[in-house]
Design a protein around this ligand. Structure first.
Ligand SMILES: *Cc1c(COP(=O)(O)O)cnc(C)c1O
Length: 401
């Protein structure tokens, strides 16, 4: 694939009629290297954040060997793309057929669960034809933990409450060769304390159940950088996780795992969109709520933006966006700060779309086609560049102007 220096060069070369996704393999590799080298345990990539095969290969080449899949389709995809990868099926509610196929055809041995019903389902689906139970299962009990430090909650849907955890841990211990405790503190966790609180819950569950635990899996939630959301450095997260984990009552040979999605892929993609119309401070662009901008539309997420033009006004004003489909819901409040003289025909780069952005595109209303280009410049913000401003003083890290 031809490598362009940046988004402006892509526009100059091809003036794309459709939104264009830009890949930055170097940024994903840097993120992966950071987790592989600095997280005090094993890092599983949460595939749902961005299942692009190019990204999967970059992560694999950088040393990420384990992949958290949440559906049988993701399991098949990773197995096909990375034949030697270790797959972990970490969705706590699975179809029996999906468990069976994962176990028999894709070599999956790690499963998560949050109920006795799911435990029975896993036991039945992994037994052999004579009904003998599988003896090589790693089963991770998902605890419900608070999402109070996160921008996107994962607290209401999954997870076993502390009051039921002892019984479930004891029953799971009987069926598991290796027993884990896992949780998810919610996505974009803005404080390392989220993990301390969750690990203390894990401690209470383990003590209560008096079982031998072999794996502590702190899940995802590691943050990236967006306008108005600059988290502390990831080293701070790793530090408190390590210290808290070391004091847990787990087996002598226990392992610490994490499942980053966002933090490994946010910097991998940005997108070029075109302004098709301007109405005052509203810009009609060619991607939106049903494309890569789901979070911008539905949870008011602000992504960094940049006008792709050599010369522009240095007076920046706030704009909102309309996407291309025919309904009012296809609207993104922003505010997105752009030069005051922006007009129809201009191109905008929207940054930090690697996580839950590029992966969310649908073909609704006939939109969704995209071309993909590779670029070599820096993402609009980075957790991994070593040039971060002091998080206590900044409100908007991203250099928009
Ligand atoms: C979504 C998810 C992740 C990844 O979460 P991020 O916030 O993107 O890091 C990890 N584990 C599980 C079980 C998930 O559902």
């Amino acid at each position: 694939m031809h490598i362009y220096p940046d988004a402006l060069a892509v526009v100059g070369a091809s003036a794309p009629d459709q939104p264009a996704i830009l890949n930055r393999p170097h940024a994903a590799a840097r993120a992966a290297r950071f987790f592989v080298e600095k997280f005090p345990g094993k890092s599983l990539y949460a595939v749902k954040a961005n299942p692009s095969p190019e990204l999967l290969r970059v992560l694999w080449d950088t040393g990420v060997t384990h992949y958290d899949v949440a559906s049988i389709t993701e399991a098949r995809l990773v197995r096909t793309t990375l034949p030697e990868a270790t797959l972990c099926f970490m969705h706590p509610v699975k179809a029996p057929g999906a468990i069976r196929e994962a176990y028999r055809d894709h070599g999956v041995r790690v499963f998560s669960l949050d109920s006795l019903e799911e435990l029975e389902k896993i036991k039945a689906a992994t037994a052999d034809d004579a009904g003998n139970a599988a003896e090589d299962l790693t089963l991770c009990v998902r605890l419900r933990v608070s999402s109070e430090y996160s921008e996107l909650s994962l607290a209401s849907k999954f997870g076993c409450d502390l009051t039921d955890a002892a019984e479930l841990l004891q029953a799971t211990r009987q069926a598991a060769d290796s027993l884990g405790v896992c949780f998810h503190v919610g996505s974009q966790a803005m404080s390392p304390h989220a993990y301390v609180q969750a690990l203390e819950k894990a401690r209470a569950a383990i003590v209560d159940a008096s079982v031998l635990v072999d794996i502590i899996d702190v899940g995802g939630g590691f943050p990236s950088i967006y306008p108005g959301m600059e988290p502390p450095p990831l080293e701070d997260y790793f530090g408190v996780i390590d210290r808290t984990y070391e004091s847990l009552p787990v087996s002598y040979s226990a392992e610490l795992w994490c499942e980053p999605g966002r933090a490994l892929c946010a910097e991998f993609n940005s997108m070029i969109v075109r302004v098709e119309k301007r109405r005052g401070d509203e810009l009609y662009i060619n991607d939106g709520a049903y494309g890569a901008l789901f979070d911008a539309a539905h949870v008011g997420w602000r992504f960094p933006v940049k006008l792709l033009r050599e010369e522009a006004s240095d007076d920046f004003v706030p704009f909102s966006f309309y996407g291309p489909t025919c309904d009012d819901m296809d609207h993104m409040d922003g505010p997105f700060e752009l030069p005051a003289d922006i007009k129809a025909g201009d191109y905008i780069e929207i940054g930090m779309l690697g996580a839950y952005g590029a992966a969310m595109k649908t073909a609704f209303n006939g939109f969704g086609a995209t071309e993909v280009f590779e670029v070599s410049d820096e993402p609009m913000a980075s957790q991994y560049r070593g040039d971060r401003r002091d998080p206590r003083v900044s409100d908007n890290v991203v250099s928009l102007r």
